[in-house]
Design a binder for this molecule. Structure first.
Ligand code: SF4
Length: 191
């Protein structure tokens, strides 16, 4: 699969200490996208699901993993690989939050086995393309048109509490490629 980055501990995109995974590839071109560097799939980002799992287990073997946040790019451009990944990581935690520029109805209408598997096994989907004019500095949502769908009702209470008690924050990671800023950024972040 084509994965641009994996970071831990991500504390600003869902409850607890999470593994964040950013899949590359997106052709929507939303104005003000905070991750335009992830639009292109790149050969150097190619990694087998097994090797990605090894990296994830290296983290989870020695650190608490409360959940996963999967973003991009557009994660649903790689449904087969993503479904295989989700099957494996749900053993560590099934609090799996996924971002998509597609709406939930669009994903369901695809009638694709891998896409259905993802939707049936994710805890939360945040859907809809980013619209810069509707960026209201919300927690978890880049713009107010996006919806937070709790797909696994077992996580309703946790996410309701998280959404009511937490403020939007940004977290910076120092990586080999420089500083990576994670979270829901304010309008104009990339200007
Ligand atoms: S869907 Fe997401 S990654 Fe793709 S251009 Fe829009 S904001 Fe950026």
């Amino acid at each position: 699969m084509n994965v641009a980055r994996i970071l831990y501990p991500v504390r600003v995109l869902g409850p607890g200490e999470r593994v964040g995974i950013w899949l590359s590839g997106c052709d929507r071109g939303c104005k003000g996208c905070s991750n335009p560097e992830l639009w292109q799939r790149k050969p150097e980002f190619e990694i087998s699901t097994d090797n990605l799992l090894r990296l994830i287990h290296k983290i989870s073997d020695s650190h608490p993993v409360d959940g996963f946040t999967i973003s991009g790019g557009e994660p649903f451009y790689q449904p087969q690989d993503l479904s295989e990944l989700i099957k494996e990581i749900s053993v560590i935690s099934d609090d799996i939050l996924i971002y998509s520029g597609y709406k939930l109805e669009e994903l369901k209408a695809m009638n694709d086995t891998a896409t259905d598997f993802i939707l049936n096994n994710a805890a939360v989907l945040i859907d809809g393309a980013y619209i810069e004019e509707l960026n209201d500095n919300s927690l978890l949502r880049g713009s107010s048109n996006q919806k937070i769908h709790i797909l696994n009702s077992g996580y309703s209470t946790l996410y309701q509490k998280y959404l009511s008690e937490t403020h939007n924050q940004i977290q910076n990671f120092t990586t080999a490629d420089g500083i990576v800023s994670v979270g829901i950024h304010r309008k104009g972040f990339n200007d």
